[in-house]
Design a protein around this ligand. Structure first.
Ligand code: BG6
Length: 369
């Protein structure tokens, strides 16, 4: 039931605030993270020397976002691998490795095979999954469910923000258990996380119709580039993936720092480029670097669409469009910056008269390798 929305995806994007809120619910006590599902695993979590995240598609990009937070909070190295690549290259894993799988459906065959392979090699496995009782969580040593609710549209939206939320809960838990994250700092991050649903709702309320409008103006666009840095980088990848999936447009996401090492050659007059700008308050140095990237592409004629926090005036002289997100700590920006990109991909697909929920050639869960 679409509940009055034009598509399941429109409904599911509107549910992004509650997907985050429901994933946090019941897992905070006295301002600290308490994940009952992870009780009894302290010894494992203190003994691991590395984490490998395995996933496919959007779920892998959630994993990339999680890497930044988990490494910072829990001081354990995190690698993110596409499940189908991990499985076939004789990876170096063992009892000191925790393999974290991320899957909305819990049935993606590539991810399932990676989990089974990791277990056979003696690694412990944790499943982050949105579907109760699915195969991947059943095959794993531990489970943290996302509570995004059923996702019907083939391309994942609300499950993505729920996956990042679950990874952050896990990262905060791990930081506490490993003694690497001071309690006061953890409490601050918990407050940040709890404020995210309201902030996502603000973006939906304030920016949705404007984004829809320029998605319609851009209906003839043949290629769109996305730039981001730090946690904005996986969001650039996610923005590009959604546009490929939903609007059948050539789209690519780049790490902004990589621009001068190649992608800048692609910039010609009129080329639309989305740029995810880090907060000038929280990450002054990165902010400066990304603004100078914007100047470089603008000087070559790019049409620049900026996603920046409210009040960031430095981007104004160089942007054709500015989409605003509420203020948040640096690690929490991806949960906000992705929302305009989901709306944009959906808007462009609709403007082209395509089926947003059932894009050609794709399946919701791919149960073959
Ligand atoms: C693809 C879906 O087939 O599988 C993507 O089209 C999804 O939207 C990917 O991100 C992974 O799916 P899952 O269920 O493992 O998260």
């Amino acid at each position: 039931d679409k509940g009055g929305w034009s598509s399941f995806m429109a409904k599911e994007v509107s549910e992004e605030p509650e997907a985050v809120a429901n994933t946090i619910r019941g897992r905070v006590r006295d301002g600290q993270i308490v994940v009952p599902e992870l009780d009894g695993l302290d010894e494992l979590f203190t003994s691991i020397t590395r984490i490998i995240v395995v996933a496919c598609g959007t779920a892998a990009y959630a994993g990339l976002v999680g890497k930044y937070a988990i490494e910072q909070w829990a001081r354990v190295p995190v690698d993110v691998e596409l499940a189908h690549e991990f499985r076939y290259r004789d990876p170096v894993i063992g009892p000191d490795t925790l393999v974290v799988s991320i899957s909305q459906s819990g049935e993606t065959m590539d991810t399932l095979m990676a989990v089974k392979y990791a277990r056979e090699r003696g690694a412990k496995t944790l499943s982050i999954c949105n579907t109760q009782g699915a195969t991947i969580p059943r095959e794993s040593d531990a489970i943290v469910y996302t509570h995004a609710g059923p996702e019907v549209a083939v391309a994942s939206t609300k499950a993505f923000v729920a996956q990042i939320t679950a990874l952050y809960l896990f990262g905060l838990h791990l930081g506490r258990v490993r003694g690497s994250l001071p309690e006061t700092e953890a409490a601050e991050h918990v407050r940040e996380l709890e404020a995210i649903p309201t902030k996502i709702q603000q973006i939906l309320d304030r920016e949705q119709s404007r984004i829809d409008q320029f998605a319609h103006w851009m209906a003839d666009t043949r290629s769109v580039l996305f730039l981001g840095r730090h946690v904005g980088y996986p969001i650039a990848l996610e923005g590009a993936l959604k546009l490929k999936e939903l609007a059948y447009i050539h789209a690519e996401g780049f790490a902004a720092g990589e621009l001068k090492h190649g992608p800048i050659a692609l910039i010609e007059p009129g080329q639309p480029v989305f740029v995810i700008v880090p907060s000038p308050r929280e990450s002054a140095e990165l902010h400066k670097k990304v603004v100078s990237n914007i100047q470089e592409i603008r000087a070559r004629g790019a049409r620049v669409i900026v996603i920046a926090e409210e009040g960031d005036a430095a981007v104004l002289p160089f942007a054709d469009e500015v989409l605003r997100i509420p203020l948040a700590g640096p690690l929490f920006e991806p949960l906000l910056a992705v929302v305009p990109l989901h709306i944009f991909a959906m808007g462009l697909s609709t403007a082209k008269g395509l089926d947003v929920d059932q894009p050609r050639n794709l399946a919701k869960s791919v149960t073959v390798e």
